[in-house]
Design a binder for this molecule. Structure first.
Ligand SMILES: [Zn+2]
Length: 253
């Protein structure tokens, strides 16, 4: 024991890694702030990998519905026409960081979320966050301030580090399309439960899904109910006190 202590004292021993925490989804709502009407909702759309759901973005542009887009570097590089359309409407779309390669924000060799491997160590997590941010700034000229990790689950070490790097973590309160796997009717049903303050998560990377159809019908209904869409660069979020996790992937690909 003594020998070990002496060896470490001279060699800057690596800090004992904390036991990995179970990853959790972060659930957020819009902070009420001075909005006494509580009629604001935020639509967030993830562009993980995959393709560009043009129908969905065209619908939002036509109806002047703002959204916060969480894009990976991978998606930006693979979808130049999609990026061009977003850039043509930066009055509507706030583009934020979804990482470089869509790697979940859990740290430790062999750790996975929904079967997707996480980061082997904290350096890889930093690279995932930073390279995602750089790609967005290069593409749009605007640096991101929000981060959402792949699968929207985080372990404590990862979420602490992301915040330490200066990014706010974007949770959600309504999972509208379950990783672009729901049909139109199911999406509309989920959107019927949206209330002021909710943060909706859905996807814009799977044009073959029914997300565009479901959101188009459901979001029009929310406008009719008098809800006002805001972007995350216009508001702050607050954590919803612990809820049972439903273990339904907000997104997997
Ligand atoms: Zn994603």
């Amino acid at each position: 024991m003594i020998a070990l202590l002496i060896t470490c004292a001279g060699l800057a021993c690596p800090a004992q890694s904390p036991a990995p925490s179970r990853p959790t989804e972060i659930h957020d709502r819009i902070s009420p702030g001075s909005n006494i009407h509580n009629n604001r909702v935020a639509l967030t759309l993830d562009a993980c990998s995959g393709q560009f759901d043009e129908d969905l973005i065209v619908f939002l542009v036509r109806n002047r519905i703002p959204a916060t887009i969480f894009a990976t570097k991978k998606w930006l590089l693979k979808n130049p026409p999609g990026l061009a359309m977003l850039k043509a409407h930066l009055d509507l779309f706030d583009i934020e960081d979804h990482g470089e390669n869509h790697i979940p924000a859990v740290i430790g060799a062999g750790r996975k979320v929904y079967g997707i491997p996480g980061e082997p160590d904290i350096l890889h997590l930093r690279q995932e966050v930073l390279e995602g941010a750089r790609a967005i700034e290069r593409a749009t000229g605007v640096p991101p301030h929000w981060y959402r990790g792949a699968t929207a689950e985080y372990d404590q070490q990862a979420s602490d580090e992301i915040r330490r790097m200066g990014y706010k973590i974007a949770g959600f309160s309504v999972n509208a399309d379950a990783g672009a796997t729901l049909n139109q009717g199911q999406i509309e049903e989920r959107l019927r439960h949206v209330r002021g303050g909710d943060v909706i998560i859905a996807h814009m990377n799977k044009p073959q899904s029914q997300t565009a159809e479901g959101l188009s019908a459901g979001l029009i209904e929310l406008l009719r109910r008098g809800l006002v869409f805001v972007r995350l660069d216009q508001v702050d979020l607050e954590d919803i006190p612990k809820q049972p996790t439903h273990h339904e992937p907000p997104h997997v690909e």
